[in-house]
Design a protein around this ligand. Structure first.
Ligand SMILES: NC(=O)c1ccc[n+]([C@@H]2O[C@H](COP(=O)([O-])OP(=O)(O)OC[C@H]3O[C@@H](n4cnc5c(N)ncnc54)[C@H](O)[C@@H]3O)[C@@H](O)[C@H]2O)c1
Length: 429
């Protein structure tokens, strides 16, 4: 059995047990799939797409040849297919007309590429956070609807078996009535050292990497992967990690958005080249509960054991939704037993992309909305972006989630969008 045949049978069959029954039950139809942004996470999704048996990776696109080269070798080694390579997503979309586009670039590029992809007829699997500013996300929802394409956001915790079971536990009322939710990510770390700007490495088109966002000199702390802590291209820990946990809050509650948001924080510790806050808290006022976010990029959180997740505080006790540690319910008194469920994660990097990908493919075939449809991903992203907006303004904001505007605050409303660098045009709604 050659490698390709193995992928179509053996590996695919084992994945069937994990979440691909609909795909394998059908006559195999392999969607012509393009991966745009062939870095760390993009290749994780690419692997899942190939292993699902539902996709043939026909093209890879990256502005950095140093990322593209190993990605092509990887695809060829795993599937036997040699994808065509592109530097510019516009060329890829025009020439390949893919059925599916995976968008796994840095955050500042998600909106323009995802919108161009659905307009070119592709279904899109896009990374979180969906956008850098709120109105870009609104434009993504509109583009998906107008093009009648599926746009799934890679918030894979929505299908993780332990998260699904944990949400059932919470929603059944076993933690009692929840009055407060606290979401957090606390890393260990110190001030760090500045990294000097330098020439971009040969093979990287740095101008295209910056794209619609402000241009700044190349710094190896930014690319690859480091953009998260640079506010020109991302929104720090809240915009990156926070979105996963904001999404858990919105999954749990019946409410669609917070009514008021206030954030404070700063860079009290970091002395490296990044510019995102190393310390931040956000208070969210909902109609029926209070939520808050907190992160630190130092000290870890060993006193509380968990360094990442959401605590849901109810009248029966505290429920911790974690990551690699699964979930645990701590009853309010000592005489009741703890309830715990281990995490069920896939390698590498402890994720459940395969299950979310299966839902994406099912949504394309059944012409239904996927579980992390762009509208939901947009709302989860908005919670993080509203926190960043309040931090920038230094005051609380009142959010009208139906109109998607800040109530009575023209200055705040101007910051729901940002200027794009020419020749790129902001996706107006
Ligand atoms: N859902 C999750 O759990 C999860 C986990 C990790 C990362 N992510 C998300 O994945 C995205 C990528 O993160 P990463 O860690 O893989 O970063 P990375 O730097 O490793 O990869 C991003 C790649 O995109 C390329 N790129 C930049 N502009 C491009 C353009 N215009 N066209 C094509 N390629 C372009 C870069 O050169 C780079 O190779 C981020 O949005 C991140 O938030 C999500």
């Amino acid at each position: 059995m050659n490698r390709r045949r193995f992928l179509q049978t053996g590996a695919a069959a084992s994945l069937a047990l994990k979440g691909f029954p609909a795909i394998l039950g059908d006559t195999p139809q392999r969607f012509r799939t393009a991966l745009i942004g062939a870095g760390w996470w993009g290749m994780n999704i690419g692997h899942v797409a190939m292993q699902s048996g539902a996709s043939k990776i026909v093209a890879l696109c990256d502005v950095d040849e140093n990322q593209l080269r190993p990605a092509v070798e990887n695809v060829e080694r795993l599937s036997g297919d040699r994808p065509r390579v592109y530097k510019d997503f516009r060329d890829l979309l025009a020439k390949e007309k893919p059925d599916i586009a995976i968008v796994a670039t840095p955050d500042h590029w998600h909106p323009l590429i995802a919108i161009a992809a659905v307009k070119a007829g592709a279904h899109v699997y896009v990374e979180k956070p969906v956008s850098h500013t709120i109105l870009e996300g609104k434009a993504m929802v509109r583009a998906a609807r107008e093009s009648d394409r599926v746009m799934q956001v890679d918030l894979w915790r929505r299908v993780s078996p332990d998260h699904v079971a944990g949400m059932e536990f919470l929603k059944s009322g076993k933690a009692g009535k929840i009055g407060m939710v606290r979401a957090f990510v606390h890393y260990p770390g110190g001030p760090g050292e500045p990294t000097p700007d330098s020439d971009p490495p040969p093979g990287l088109d740095w101008d295209l990497w910056c794209g619609p966002a402000p241009y700044r000199n190349f710094n190896r702390a930014i690319h690859p992967k480091g953009f998260r802590q640079f506010l020109e291209y991302a929104n720090g820990q809240l915009g990156d990690w926070g979105v996963h946990w904001m999404d858990q809050i919105l999954w749990w509650t019946e409410e669609k958005y917070p009514r008021k948001v206030y954030s404070t924080g700063g860079r009290w510790i970091k002395r490296d080249s990044t510019n995102a806050p190393d310390t931040q808290i956000v208070a969210f006022e909902f109609e029926t509960f209070t939520a808050h976010w907190e992160h630190r990029l130092y000290a870890g959180n060993r006193a509380e054991k968990a360094y990442v997740g959401c605590y849901f505080y109810g009248t029966e006790g505290t429920f911790h939704m974690g990551w690699t540690d699964g979930w645990t319910f701590y009853p309010d008194t000592d005489n009741k037993p703890l309830v715990h469920m281990d995490a069920h994660l896939d390698e590498p990097d402890d994720q459940n992309i395969a299950l979310l990908w299966a839902n994406f493919i099912d949504a394309i075939r059944s012409r239904q909305r996927p579980v992390r449809d762009i509208e939901i991903g947009h709302r989860s992203t908005n919670m993080s972006l509203l926190g960043m907006l309040s931090l920038k303004l230094g005051r609380s904001i009142e959010w009208d989630g139906e109109k998607e505007e800040v109530v009575g605050d023209p200055e705040a409303n101007r910051l729901l969008r940002r200027e794009y660098r020419s020749p790129w045009k902001y996706p107006e709604v």
